[in-house]
Design a protein around this ligand. Structure first.
Ligand code: KG4
Ligand code: ZN
Length: 335
């Protein structure tokens, strides 16, 4: 079965073609980063308009790359939510229109299910069951994954998502949008000994997260540096490093706790923040000590992409599901 995957939930237009026998045949991504950069964040209406412009050319590109025609498609999967409603609508209408014209099944996929299954596209794919740490711009969640669609929420952020905190700290540090990768790059030059930021909610039991206090702590540190006239390039890098260390440490403490409590030995880490190099390196060391192992998507499938939607859709279609209605779901809990 050849499944076309369409992702338009936020600021990336992603299209991919997944074959249930041959694997991923092609994938293409158009990022709207440059469009939103001057506004310092995603402008929903501009995002929708840009998806409209780019989606069909990307579908053509993916089919051409795979040397296939649209008549060779067996099904279409699209991100039905959560996300920006106008952006979701572009993918939903395109998917349903194409499926109707081609007389093939169509399926709305949960964006976070796409993220959590993304490591399955790799050669060393994790087997069920596993614990998933979903860390993106909109979500920070720990989920116990017993099988496809069998998810139990173990914990989540009570305020900002980890990626959102990275983006907000980037603004404080006067780094361009999108902030996460910029903060990470700056932290490479930072020294971890200079500042020690708090590890929120790690001193009490439970698997929830909170990143908003860490953001405030960063702001207070920056204000003090400015007041003391001590803010320079090195101080900027040291603050980025202290913030990144605190986020990474906090995520790892909760992952270890989730693995211990659930008895699982496999951890999937997915979503934009899973691209973070320090998170991966530190987590791998921590999990080895526990006798557990982490699985990640390849770099370009950490952030939003069409391949994860094509893959998740294919698994759901194999399980006999498809959509009857065109229904974007801007808010849609995973579990
Ligand atoms: O999964 P994603 O592409 O979109 C959402 O579903 O939200 O995640 C985007 C988020 C942004 O907040 C971005 O700053 C963050 O992932 N991010 C990173 C890194 N790369 C992307 N955060 C920290 N380090 C990175 N290397
Ligand atoms: Zn995402």
């Amino acid at each position: 079965m050849r499944v076309l995957g369409i992702e338009t939930s936020c600021d990336e237009t992603g299209v991919a073609l997944y074959d249930t026998d041959a694997g991923l045949l092609a994938d293409a991504l158009y990022s709207q980063v440059a469009l939103h950069a001057e506004f310092g964040g995603v402008v929903p209406e501009l995002a929708s308009r840009d998806h409209t412009r780019k989606l069909l050319p990307l579908v053509d590109q993916v089919l051409a790359d795979a040397q296939l025609a649209k008549q060779d498609l067996d099904a279409i999967a699209y991100t039905a939510g959560p996300g920006l409603v106008g952006a979701l609508m572009v993918g939903a209408c395109t998917a349903h229109g194409m499926a109707r014209a081609l007389d093939i099944p169509v399926l709305g996929v949960h964006h976070m299910e796409g993220h959590l299954l993304a490591p399955m596209l790799e050669e060393t794919a994790p087997a069920f069951p596993f614990v998933a740490l979903l860390v993106s711009g909109g979500h920070t969640q720990l989920v116990d994954v017993r099988g496809l669609g069998d998810y139990r929420l173990l914990g989540e952020s009570v305020d900002d998502a980890a990626g959102e905190a990275f983006d907000k700290v980037a603004k404080m540090l006067e780094l361009p949008y999108p902030g996460g990768p910029q903060v990470a790059a700056l932290a490479e030059r930072g020294r971890s000994e200079r500042f020690r930021f708090p590890r929120p909610m790690t001193d009490r039991p439970g698997l929830d997260f909170s990143f908003s206090g860490l953001k405030t702590h960063t702001l207070t540190t920056l204000r003090q540096l400015h007041e003391q006239d001590a803010f320079d390039d090195q101080a900027q890098a040291d603050v980025a490093r202290a913030f990144e260390d605190a986020v990474v440490d906090t995520l790892i403490i909760k992952c270890r706790r989730a693995l211990k409590e659930s008895g699982r030995t496999r951890l999937v880490v997915a979503g934009g923040v899973s691209a973070n190099r320090r998170l991966r390196e530190t987590l791998d060391i921590a999990l080895t000590k526990l006798g557990a192992r982490a699985f990640y998507p390849r770099g370009r499938f950490c952030t939003d992409n069409g391949a994860m939607i094509a893959y998740a859709g294919a698994q759901r279609l194999i399980a006999g599901q498809h959509s009857q209605t065109l229904q974007p779901r801007p808010r849609w809990p995973l579990a």
